[in-house]
Write a protein that binds this ligand. Structure first.
Ligand code: BYC
Length: 333
């Protein structure tokens, strides 16, 4: 029930495309033209985008939950205000992304139903618990840091509405990353207990953050085609390496130890080489058996149910407005 199975959209029957149209489409992609909603596009391109954009939207709205857990316990008014703003931004990101997906001919309600039914994927990272305040620092620093690394190239993705949504999202993500790093810096400059709390959070979030970039290239089923369509600009492993290279010096500046005994600097390539990722853990989490999958979906279902009256009230109000406007128009004629 809680497995994050294939999206419905992916399961539709395959369409045989006109080779001439396909070639013209690929030529537009190769020429770096943006594809817009009313342009012709192969069905598989449309489905890939619906899959990726909706998974991304779901990740944003599920991603609000682990942080929401600390809103009432933020250590100061300033921290509470910043966290509240960040979580609200994430709700907004979800909305831009659902709206971008809707331009591909699928409704937000349909996509959201897939999430609530446990049929859609969202990022593995949000199935881990936030046990201490330092986890909020780590989410900003590592999770938003990984998100930025993945999402900056998406500002140049070939589908216009997705690329434009990503530009705005990335601006906000950069503030999120900095607020997280600043929490970590404060803890690391604090008491020994605070520093130990920061180290403990890093120990728990490091490997799940590396998993956010998806399976290794050798096992990534979608990368090759998505790169050809310029939906993705870098492979999963390329982005993971960029993230490690950017983050290791930040950990050193904090005086923290990355929990990877095999981590070493490779002089020849200028890259930080990291140890083996536990892909079995990743598979378990995306199959629905992570520490918090069940809790996350239950929270979303409860919120959806409890928000039903708001949606109904908004629709009733809109209908009343429309009826009033129509009555005025008739009276004026
Ligand atoms: N978690 O062939 P692959 C955020 C799935 S939001 C779960 O490499 P692709 C934030 C993948 O979907 C972060 N599933 O796929 C929010 C595929 O399954 P299906 C979200 C994963 O699409 C709030 C299968 O594994 N960011 O940062 O080429 C607060 C094979 O993978 C994961 C985005 O969504 C995972 N980590 O590449 C703070 C960015 N990884 O669909 C922060 C947009 C892979 O065949 N998405 N899978 O059943 C992407 O860039 C790409 O979709 C991915 C995966 C790099 C994630």
């Amino acid at each position: 029930m809680y497995t994050q199975a294939l999206n419905e959209a992916v399961e539709r029957p395959r369409v045989v495309e006109d080779p001439e149209k396909l070639a013209a489409f690929q030529a537009r992609i190769d020429a770096e033209e943006k594809i817009e909603p009313n342009d012709w596009m192969p069905e598989a391109y449309r489905r890939t985008l619906i899959r990726q954009i909706s998974q991304h939207a779901h990740s944003e709205v599920v991603g609000m939950l682990p942080e929401g857990n600390w809103l009432t316990r933020a250590p100061s008014l300033k921290r509470k205000a910043a966290l509240l703003a960040k979580i609200q931004d994430e709700g907004g990101h979800g909305l831009y992304l659902y709206a971008a997906a809707e331009t591909l001919g699928v409704s937000r309600e349909e996509l959201y139903e897939q999430l609530l039914a446990g049929k859609a994927k969202y990022s593995s990272i949000f199935n881990y618990p936030t046990l201490t305040w330092a986890d909020i620092g780590c989410i900003g620093w590592l999770v938003d840091g990984a998100a930025i690394m993945n999402q900056i190239p998406l500002c140049r993705t070939s589908y216009g509405p997705y690329a434009r949504a990503m530009i705005r999202i990335c601006k906000e993500e950069s503030f999120h990353q900095r607020q997280g790093y600043e929490i970590m810096l404060t803890l690391c400059r604090g008491t020994p207990e605070q520093k130990a709390m920061a180290q403990d959070a890093l120990n728990r979030w490091w490997w799940p953050a590396l998993m956010m970039f998806g399976p290794p290239d050798s096992e990534s089923v979608h990368t090759e085609q998505s790169m050809r369509w310029k939906i993705k600009r870098f492979t999963n492993d390329e982005l993971r390496q960029k993230f490690v290279d950017a983050t290791v010096p930040q950990a050193h500046y904090l005086g923290l130890t990355i929990p990877d005994p095999e981590l070493r600097y490779d002089e020849a390539t200028g890259h930080w080489r990291y140890g083996k990722i536990d892909w079995e853990e990743f598979k378990r989490v995306i199959a629905g058996f992570g520490p918090c999958n069940r809790e996350r979906l239950e929270a979303k279902r409860k919120a959806h149910e409890e928000g039903r009256w708001v949606r109904e009230a908004a629709l009733a109000y809109a209908a009343k407005q429309r009826a009033r406007a129509m009555a005025q128009k008739i009276a004026a004629e």
